[in-house]
Design a protein around this ligand. Structure first.
Ligand code: SAH
Length: 211
């Protein structure tokens, strides 16, 4: 089976659980094989995470779709991603929002993610090497924030970088397993929804886990 066919089949499967047609269309457009080491080419459209080196992983496509859907992107948003990794999630976001800022603490990953995103012609994504402060304050506020690494709790620092009515999607729990939370920022009490269990590599740094 060719990669194009494999991608179409995967998206069809995702359609059984993901209802946002724009998210499915974005996943049908972005070539995941370009974001993974070439040894895994044949596995690019299996619904599982894959190693991208440096002890990090590109998320499972279903989780990418689920998290992206929860951001409720309509096209005009500014979005922040914590944990650019391979750059795949950033590409999906770039398909669906106006502007994407993504930060990553491993400089080699920043470099390779930038290269693929450039090659694919995205002009609405900036990838930065993460600073000590979680997030990217210079670009705040954001309408949506996605954290693709597991945190011990919802970081206040990120809620501060979010607009009122904005959505923060973040895995929260232990170092090994988490619950995927969607937090909608309100003027009084934030709305918190649990989207289910998940497993992410740890979010490292101040307010998160030690290296
Ligand atoms: N979204 C990525 C997968 C990311 S894996 C993709 O589509 O491929 C999680 C990433 O978060 C790792 O690359 C890790 O280095 C990064 N990370 C961990 N803590 C971070 C922090 N505090 N700031 C920025 N990036 C962080």
């Amino acid at each position: 089976m060719g990669l194009e066919t494999a991608r179409a089949r995967l998206v069809e499967c995702l359609g059984q659980e993901i209802s946002d047609k724009r998210v499915l269309a974005a996943m049908a457009r972005v070539p995941r094989e370009l974001f993974i080491p070439s040894d895994y080419y044949h596995s690019a459209y299996e619904d599982r995470p894959l190693s991208i080196g440096f002890g990090q992983t590109i998320s499972q496509p279903f989780i990418v779709a689920l998290m992206t859907q929860a951001l409720e992107l309509k096209g005009g948003e500014r979005v922040l991603e914590i944990g650019a990794g391979s750059g795949y999630q950033a590409a999906i976001l770039a398909e669906l929002a106006k502007w994407v800022v993504s930060v990553e603490r491993i400089p080699q990953l920043v470099e390779s993610a930038r290269q693929v995103l450039d090659k694919l012609g995205y002009t609405n994504v900036e990838i930065h090497v993460a600073e000590k402060t979680l997030g990217w304050v210079a670009g705040a506020p954001y309408d949506a924030i996605i954290v693709t690494a597991g945190a011990p709790r919802t970081p206040n620092l990120l809620l501060k970088q979010l607009t009122f009515g904005g959505r923060l999607v973040i895995p929260v729990g232990s170092r090994w397993e988490q619950e995927l939370l969607k937090v909608t920022k309100k003027t009084r009490r934030n709305l918190i929804e649990n989207l289910g269990g998940c497993r992410f590599v740890p979010l490292i740094g101040e307010g998160a886990w030690e290296e």
